[in-house]
Each structure stands twice: as C-alpha cells, then as structure tokens.
Design a protein around this ligand. Structure first.
Ligand code: SF4
Length: 192
C-alpha cells in the first residue's frame, strides 16, 4: 500500500495466492521484496523492455498502431495501481500487453487472466472505454497470444480488492493456504 492508500496489482496477485500474505505485508508491516525466482524473472523482463523500446516487431504482430511501454495506471475507485508492460492501440481499441517468462501453456493460467483483467479495469477508468482485449507474450518461444478479457475475471478483481481492504481494515489474520502453496512462499518461516 503506498502513501496514498493504494494497493498494487502485485499485491492483488499475492492476495489471490494467499490472503495471509496481505496480512503479513500490511497489518504486520512485513513486506518482502521477492524471491530469487522473481529477481531472475525481472532481469529477463528488463532485457525484453530494453530491446522493445526500439522495436515494433511484437506490436506489428498484433496489428498495433502504437505501443506505450511500461504504462503506469491507477484507479481512484478501486484504490489500485499498477504498471503494465505495454499498452497497444489495435483496430481502434486499447489493449493491455503483458510479458511472461517461459513457454506458452495450452491455455493462459487463471492468474494471468486475472492480472490482465486488473490492468483492463485500471485502463478503463483512465480512458472511459471498455477494455476487453489483452495480449500475453511468452518469452519462451517468443509467442504472442490474444486473450479476451471477461467480465467474470473483472469481477474476481473487484472481489479481491474488497477482500484485501477487509483484511487491512479488520486486521484479522486470514486462514492459511493449502500446504502445497507454502513451499514456495517467502513467509513460510514465520507463518507455518
Ligand atoms: S506460508 Fe502458506 S499460509 Fe503462510 S502466507 Fe505463505 S502461503 Fe499463506
């Protein structure tokens, strides 16, 4: 949560993983920077962004007329902010564009769809237009997939935001996640 009381899309994704992470971060003030895995991902991502600053190839592959890199977005209504990898204007619409590490899965993972929906809601508030399309660029294989952003995923985002605010507001510790999730969690040493 920043000094204006805004949570981030990253917080939202952590909360979706386990609500107790929000409690550690914003009730106890134990916010973690990330894991070795996320640091490695950030390096790969930064290399992509540097390359892309001067290149339009991926934009051309999604018929984009223009592309804005690393766009900061925020919603006063949701008290949510985030930085999307790129915004593209394609076929008269605006769309969000996110880069992912690894090979493309058979279908986008649910968390990737929720993340796109979160950025779509932020973009909608900024531009006053519906955003129903996104792109996922998998660096493994250099594959770009067009994705429909569904109202159901936007609803999940709104519910997650409300749930996060409830955890912060009540300060009640949420129940723990299934044990398999704890194996990869940076809070596991202090939590379970
Ligand atoms: S260790 Fe498990 S229960 Fe605790 S915050 Fe992490 S995922 Fe949640």
């Amino acid at each position: 949560m920043d000094r204006h009381g805004y949570l981030s899309v990253g917080d939202l994704m952590n909360h979706r993983y386990c609500a107790r992470i929000t409690w550690f971060a914003y009730v106890l003030g134990m916010k973690q920077r990330g894991t070795v895995k996320t640091e490695h991902g950030r390096e790969q991502h930064d290399r992509w962004a540097a390359r892309e600053q001067n290149r339009w190839r991926e934009g051309a592959s999604v018929r984009a007329r223009s592309k804005l890199m690393s766009a900061e977005l925020s919603s006063e209504r949701l008290r949510l902010r985030g930085k999307v990898d790129a915004l593209v204007a394609a076929d008269g619409d605006l769309a969000v564009y996110e880069v992912k590490m690894g090979e493309p899965p058979a279908r986008p993972w649910p968390e990737q769809l929720v993340q796109l929906a979160a950025y779509a809601l932020l973009l909608e508030e900024r531009h006053g237009r519906l955003v129903n399309r996104g792109y996922l660029h998998y660096l493994g294989g250099d594959v770009v997939r067009e994705v429909a952003i569904r109202e159901a995923d936007k609803r999940i985002v709104r519910n997650l935001v409300a749930d996060m605010q409830a955890v912060v507001g009540t300060e009640d510790m949420p129940g723990r996640a299934p044990a398999t999730k704890c194996l990869d969690c940076v809070y596991r040493k202090v939590c379970v």
